[in-house]
Design a binder for this molecule. Structure first.
Ligand SMILES: Nc1ncnc2c1ncn2[C@@H]1O[C@H](COP(=O)(O)OP(=O)(O)OP(=O)(O)O)[C@@H](O)[C@H]1O
Length: 582
């Protein structure tokens, strides 16, 4: 799947791209639909024969049998064709969902910062569903409906060209009216789907922080916001439905008008002897029969507008910047600890946001613990995000083991790193899944070791289903301290060459904190540990401390050195570090 500027392509080309792998099935479905149409189309001719037989006093048994067979064939082939088409349409939806979800997982974090997850979810779930109707109703509808329409018109022309001309005038008039309606359906559908996205975003916002919403007594406000988006979607969908109904009815009305006009005009022709009654009946049956393909074509056009609106939203997502697809399998991380160097790194999160790093430089040799300290917002966590290549610096270089991180294959770079975020995210699923999340190949023995060092073993023993206990959405069934320890265990299980630890600002109890301190100190003997430190106990153990302030490194040294050499550090040490458990 292409990654850039996909939103410029017209919707029908995108649709064809999704449909291409299923073109065989689609063709089969279309042929079956055409056969259904053909059996229907033959009926008026047989009816004409039947009337002729009747007026000529011939037996009508043969014609009746033929009619019955045509009706049965029409129903049977119609059902099979319908099934094949629906199945293909579902396959197209599946293809779009797969393509979109694969793409979303590769989105750059910077792109994600600018979007609402709830809206993205709506695009994957709701917008893709609209491709179902556009595949069957639009693509096939236009193909089969169009062909049947042309075939019917040809048949009508063969029966009586003059009556065909009358019919065409009426049909073309209706076509002009429908042409004016169609863009309105597209606009309303786009707005309806955008509102579904807004509703998804509003809902995700509430459900993602339901405790805070309840604690703040904000249910009413949030409810109104979600309802407002739902109502807007309803309003726009109703608008689209109104225009669609109008288009459908215009088509229906035009056929009634055509029927009456043909009856009047045809009646006159019968009276003058230009045509016989059988011809008029056959033509009227064709007019009647024309209704179905015309409705099919109108539905194809209106449904296409709805689908095109959804495709535009899907394509918007596919135009967001994403990381290249990972072609190589993640290699097992090499054993040795890695060095890290920042060379005059400048960075801002977006062009319209202030500079966060104003030329950050430091070098961390392999092995040992380096602590990053500084006031809130100094840019410490950003250092980690840049090492992981969640973002790209605007200037300067970041080297891991002497190689620019931009030159590392992304999967290899990330395989070398274990990252513990400050809010220690835990995913819904079992405890085991969470622990093995970054190291599926870890053995039971390694798992047991890490559980012991992170003091999770007793928790596992306590839990009714041990490691297979479900931890709830975002690990809500675990305590904050347990979540932190799970996140550290997860990172350690990867046996990283570089451990990035964004220390939680909240307190762990003294016993667990001491244990974790030992664990991290142990890890630092075999790997390089960078820690954004908030505890005195962490900084006093670190081999080196990098003091950051307002996007710059202002000093590097040990705790002892910095206490005397750097006033900001001395102030931080006395006022900001968490000390109770040290
Ligand atoms: N995803 C983001 N998009 C935009 N701005 C961001 C983003 N993440 C952080 N920032 C901004 O960048 C600056 C540095 O943030 P960073 O998280 O690196 O600070 P920090 O030193 O780790 O702070 P703390 O100790 O409070 O965690 C802050 O001003 C913050 O508002």
């Amino acid at each position: 799947m292409s990654t850039a500027a996909t939103s410029d392509r017209p919707a029908w080309r995108v649709l064809l791209e999704y449909v291409r792998p299923h073109r065989g099935a689609l063709l089969l479905g279309a042929v079956l639909s055409l056969m259904t149409g053909a059996t229907g189309l033959a009926l008026p001719l047989v009816a004409k024969g039947l009337i002729d037989d009747l007026s000529a006093d011939r037996s009508i048994g043969g014609a009746l049998l033929l009619m019955s067979m045509l009706i049965v064939a029409n129903a049977g082939i119609g059902a099979l064709g319908g099934y094949v088409l629906q199945r293909t349409a579902e396959s197209v939806v599946l293809a779009a969902r797969r393509a979109l979800t694969s793409y979303l997982l590769r989105l750059r974090i910077a792109a994600l910062d600018r979007t609402e997850p709830g809206d993205l979810m709506a695009r994957v779930t709701s917008d893709t569903t609209l491709l179902r109707e556009v595949t069957t109703d639009s693509l096939v509808g236009l193909g089969t409906g169009g062909l049947t329409l042309v075939a019917t018109l040809v048949m009508m022309g063969l029966v009586d060209p003059a009556l065909l001309a009358v019919t065409l005038v009426v049909v073309l008039g209706a076509g002009c009216v429908i042409g004016l309606i169609v863009p309105r359906i597209n606009r309303a559908s786009k707005q309806a789907q955008a509102s579904v996205g807004l509703m998804g975003a509003a809902l995700e916002r509430v459900l993602g922080a339901l405790r805070t919403v309840k604690a703040s007594g904000a249910e009413g406000r949030e409810e109104r916001a979600v309802h407002a988006a739902a109502e807007e979607s309803w309003r726009q969908s109703v608008r689209a439905a109104k225009w669609s109904a109008l288009a459908g009815n215009t088509a229906g009305l035009s056929m009634q008008v055509a029927f009456i006009t043909v009856l009047a005009f045809g009646g006159a022709r019968v009276a003058t002897g230009a045509i016989d009654v059988g011809t008029l009946v056959a033509f009227l049956l064709y007019v009647f029969y024309l209704m179905s393909p015309i409705q099919q074509v109108v539905r194809a056009v209106t449904q296409y507008q709805v689908g095109a609106a959804a495709i535009a939203r899907i394509e918007e997502t596919r135009a967001l910047p994403a990381e290249p697809p990972a072609r190589v399998r993640r290699p097992a991380p090499a054993a040795g600890p890695a060095s890290v160097t920042f060379e005059d790194v400048r960075f801002r999160y977006a062009d319209d946001l202030p500079q966060v790093h104003h030329g950050v430089s430091f070098t961390v040799p392999p092995q040992g613990m380096t602590a990053f300290v500084g006031p809130s917002g100094a840019g410490k966590t950003t250092v980690f995000s840049l090492i992981e290549r969640f973002y790209e610096p605007s200037k300067g270089r970041i080297l891991l083991d002497g190689t620019d991180v931009r030159e590392w294959p992304l999967p290899e770079l990330r395989a070398a790193i274990g990252y513990v975020e400050q809010d220690a995210p835990v995913l819904s699923g079992t405890l085991r899944e969470n622990l093995l999340f970054g190291a599926l190949e870890a053995t039971e023995a390694e798992l047991r070791d890490v559980l012991a060092t992170t003091r999770l073993a007793s928790l596992v023993d306590r839990l009714p289903e041990g490691l297979d206990t479900l931890v709830g959405h975002r690990g809500t069934k675990l305590s904050g301290g347990e979540r932190q320890r799970v996140a550290i265990a997860r990172a350690l299980l990867r046996r990283p060459r570089l451990l990035l630890l964004d220390e939680a600002t909240s307190q762990l109890d003294a016993v667990n904190e001491a244990a974790l301190r030992d664990t991290v100190a142990d890890a630092a003997r075999g790997t390089t540990v960078l820690v954004v430190a908030h505890r005195l106990s962490t900084v006093t153990r670190a081999e080196r401390i990098v003091v950051m302030d307002a996007g710059r490194v202002r000093a590097v040294g040990t705790h002892r050195e910095l206490l005397t050499a750097d006033p900001l550090y001395a102030e931080l040490a006395t006022t900001q570090f968490l000390t109770s458990a040290a």
